[in-house]
Design a protein around this ligand. Sequence first.
Ligand SMILES: Cc1ncc(COP(=O)(O)O)c(C=O)c1O
Length: 368
Amino acid sequence: MVFPDELERWIRPVLQGRTAHVMKSPDQIMEELGIAPEQAIKLNRNENPFGCSPKVNQALADYVTYNLYPDDAQTEFRELISQYVGTTPDRVVGAAGGSHVLDIIVRLFVDPGDEVINCVPTFGLYEFISDLYGAKIVEVPRDGNFDIDVNAIKAAITEKTKLIFLCNPNNPTGNITQQEDLLAVAETGVPVVVDEAYYEFSRETVVPFIAQYPNMMVARTLSKWAGMAGIRLGYGIFTTSIANYLMGIKLPFGISTPAVIALRASLQDKDYLMKNVKQLIAEGERLYQELTQIDFLRPYPSRTNFMFCVVLRGNANEIVEELKRRGILITFYDTPRLRNGFRISVGRREQNDKVIDVLRDIGASLSK
Ligand SMILES: Cc1ncc(COP(=O)(O)O)c(C=O)c1O
C-alpha cells in the first residue's frame, strides 16, 4: 500500500520512506516449501536449540494473576539479576529483550544530528536504532580479523559523538575484542555500550570495570543462554546514576510478569542451562572443525553459539537457498565487509550432522 503523500509529510523526516520489515516467519517459509515446521532446522537467529528450562514452562503454567500489571520498579527482577551478575540492584535496568535495552540507551544519549560510532561489520540493530533517533552513523571498519581499530575509533570521535557501540563477542563474526582494547575505548570518556549478548558462551565481561569507567555500559540478554528469546528479556548494567536515568525514561511496565517468572525459574535451574551452554560450545567447536574440512568454506572461530563462514567457491546465496529447500535455515550475508558468506547458529548434534551432510552434498555438485 502506498502511503498517501499528503500524510507522509507529517512523518518525522528521518523516518519518511521507511517500510515494514517483511521477514517471513520460519514456519511460513517451511509451509511454502511443503516442509513440516517441526522438521525444520532453524539455525538463522542464534536461538538456543535446547529451549528454555522445563521449570520455566511449569512456573508459567502455575501462575494465575496475569490480569495484574507487573512491578514497574522491577524490584524482584533487579534483585535476581544483581545476584546473578554480582552487582547491586540499583545498577540493573531490565527491558523486553537486549534490543530494548539498547533502545533506551540510545534514547538517553542521542539527539538528531549526533554521531554514533559503529564498528562494522557488526550487529545491524545498532545502526537501526541510532537511525530511529536521527543519529549520524560513523562507521569505523574492523580489520581483516574483525578486530576493532582503537586508533581509528579515537580518530573518529568529534564533539558530536554521543555513543560508541562495541559488540563483544561480535555478531555476526563471533570474535572477541581484547579487554585492553575495550578499556582503551572507554578511556576516551565517550559513552560506550559493550553488548555482551553472548557472555555465557564467551565468559568475557567488562562489568567489573564499570566502577572505573562510569561511561561504560553493558547490555545482555536471556534470549541465548537461557533459551528465552520468545519471552523477551534483557538487561543492562550501569552506574547507579545512569541506571536511575534509564529507569526514568523507559516505558512503564516494560518487563512482563511472565518474563520475571521465567527469569526466577531459569536462575533456579542455572546448572541445567549452563550444561546446555557447555554442550553448545562443544558442538560449536565440532561444527567448526567439520566446516574447515569442507573445501569451499572458510569458517571463522567463534566464542558464541554461531559462526561466520565465507564461501570460497560458489555463490553463498545459492547455497543458503539450497539449504532452505532442504529444511535448514541459516543467514546469508553479502555486504561490503562480509562478502559471499553466511552465519550459522550451532544446533543440536543431530541438526549439525544434517547441516554438514547437506553442505558436503552441495560441495560435490560445485565445479572445482
Ligand atoms: C549482539 C546481540 N545483541 C543483542 C541481541 C538482542 O537480543 P534480544 O533482543 O533477543 O535480547 C542479539 C540478538 O541476536 C545480538 O546478537
